[in-house]
Design a protein around this ligand. Sequence first.
Ligand SMILES: Nc1nc2c(ncn2[C@@H]2O[C@H](COP(=O)(O)OP(=O)(O)OP(=O)(O)O)[C@@H](O)[C@H]2O)c(=O)[nH]1
Ligand SMILES: [Zn+2]
Length: 356
Amino acid sequence: MDKLHLYGWSSFSSNNTIVRSYNANEIGRIISVKGHQFHLTTNHGKRVAELMGRLVVAYEKEDQPKVGDWVQFMKVDESNVFITDVLPRTNLLFRKSAGKEQSKQVLATNLDYAIVVQSLDQDFNLNRLERYLVQIIGCGITPAIVLTKCDMITDKQFYLDKIKRLQREVEVFFCSSQTGEGIPELENDLFKPGSTSVLVGSSGVGKSSLVNALLRDNIRSTNMISDSTNKGKHTTTTRDMLLLPNGAMIIDTPGMREFGLGLGDNSDIGEQFPVIEAYAENCRFSDCSHTNEEGCAVLKAFNSGELDAVIYDNYIKLMREQQRFQTKVYERKQEQRQFGKMVRDVQKIKKRLKGK
Ligand SMILES: Nc1nc2c(ncn2[C@@H]2O[C@H](COP(=O)(O)OP(=O)(O)OP(=O)(O)O)[C@@H](O)[C@H]2O)c(=O)[nH]1
Ligand SMILES: [Zn+2]
């Protein structure tokens, strides 16, 4: 039981009787996915497994095991281990898949924190920060903000004041992997023993350097970016879960060029935009879109300057993006349904013809 305990099994299973009914010797946690190979940590050490049964043909890709998942496995022999089931997840962080495709991409599961990493050179961007926060909160996960490369700035308050404009209750940490500043605070207050966190952010913000600083050695490779261009190629190509010396788990992800919103139509908008929600209670119409209605309390607050333009603009932009995603997903489902009906009709006709 000890090794599973190390990777957070006790906190995962403590409130879940279904999960507890599994045999601990057949349980593992996914620490890395490389193509068809799933790397697991188990009570008997690390294993490389493949998928079996319905998981191979899982219709929705999100049903297949992801980094952070607890899974049930079956060992045929030393080199043949198969994953038979994914245990119910406590949560999952996903984004809209990059590019035109309108589907979800799961980044990690069973998380205590999703940490937005931005660097204090040229990466800091308030709108992008809020986009990450909205998606994370929409996924029901607690966010935190880590601002890296703090050796490159002198005025931390300037950044804190900017973040304060978003009026969100989210912890902010400053750190430098180069000087070591802020690393002990991260270990004490964020990466707590037994907890699982995922790091998300653009490429080159220093995620891998941060993980290295926390690991105190050089397991994760980092890439030198030339000062003249400030451009470099990606170094992190896989999502891996690593165990820190203090017993916290951290999932590093490849740098993301875009972090598209992909929340479902039942996601709680009010929770994602608490400031807007508070004003919206006084709108004349309960289905107010806060864009042009008479008696809109949100617009009134915005026009009087009481509601910060940053919050209102982000709200409108992110809501529209979310609605576009929902519409596209709905259209895709309709198409699939129509296709399914067509296939069934053809089968019926074939049967009828055979009977003749
Ligand atoms: N000045 C300064 N530079 C840093 C710090 N941390 C990282 N860097 C530099 O920033 C660059 C990118 O760091 P990485 O750790 O590779 O960034 P990453 O976020 O993992 O990037 P991807 O792997 O592409 O996602 C490297 O050149 C690092 O040397 C820091 O605390 N201070
Ligand atoms: Zn309104």
